[in-house]
Design a protein around this ligand. Structure first.
Ligand code: ADE
Length: 226
């Protein structure tokens, strides 16, 4: 999978792709990412990327020309499965969407800033709008990073133990069960003995029960929806 991120702040990604699973996925050549500074596509002598809205309300709007130039150039190099705009007005991202997008080859993620982007960008180029939650961030950069992380770990071969992605929270509509490691006893808090029993059937039943209890407590909406 290749992801192109269009942003006014490429330096915000310093480090994000250089660690952990995002790093390992690139080393294994299962994932690659390119950052594109929208400002580089402004033909304005001051490299202006925003302007006042026509309606006269406060706040600046991201201009159409630099974004269009960047998207059009990239589209000559790649065929995109989706051209995605990160915005609080988008469809709310979830594990189902992550599964769906993780099967794609080429994605373009456009990060907005200021009061928004010229609406004609949406009309001309955007195939999907995604929000990472019902709150407003100062830009789409962190949302794009969240989406990259969620997708990349689902690409077959990225995680050493593929089963561990399958047992993630949400993958079966439930939060995941508690996990423990040594020591057995920490300040009187011991590991549930069933996990030491070696009885796989009982352990599986216990994990399901705990996953249901945790989901009922923290996210009852996940169970009620079904
Ligand atoms: N940009 C600003 N807020 C956002 C959000 N919640 N999700 C995605 N992009 C955003």
């Amino acid at each position: 999978m290749h992801i192109d991120i269009l942003t006014l702040f490429p330096d915000m990604y310093n480090g994000i792709f250089a660690h952990s699973i995002l790093k390992r996925s690139q080393e294994k050549q299962l994932f690659s990412v390119s950052l594109h500074n929208i400002r580089d596509y402004s033909t304005d002598k001051h490299h202006k990327v925003d302007d006042y809205p026509y309606s006269g309300e406060p706040g600046m709007v991201m201009k159409i020309e630099p974004i269009a130039a960047c998207i059009e150039k990239l589209k000559q190099e790649r065929e995109y499965d989706e051209v995605i705009f990160l915005t609080p007005e988008g469809e709310v991202f979830n594990q189902g969407m992550a599964n769906f997008l993780s099967m794609k080859n080429n994605l373009l993620l456009l990060c907005g800033h200021y009061k928004g982007i010229d609406e004609r960008i949406r009309e001309l180029f955007i195939t999907k709008e995604i929000s990472i939650g019902d709150y407003v961030l100062s830009g789409g950069e962190l949302a794009a990073a969240v989406i990259c992380d969620a997708l990349v770990r689902l690409i077959p071969g990225v995680l050493n133990d593929e089963i561990s992605a399958l047992s993630d929270s949400f993958q079966y509509g439930l939060l995941s069960a508690p996990v423990y490691t040594r020591p057995y006893n920490f300040r009187g808090h011991t590991v549930p003995d069933i996990l030491l029993s070696g009885n796989e059937k009982l352990i599986t039943e216990w994990k399901l029960q705990k996953a249901i209890e945790r989901t009922q407590k923290n996210r009852p909406d996940l169970i009620e929806e079904d």
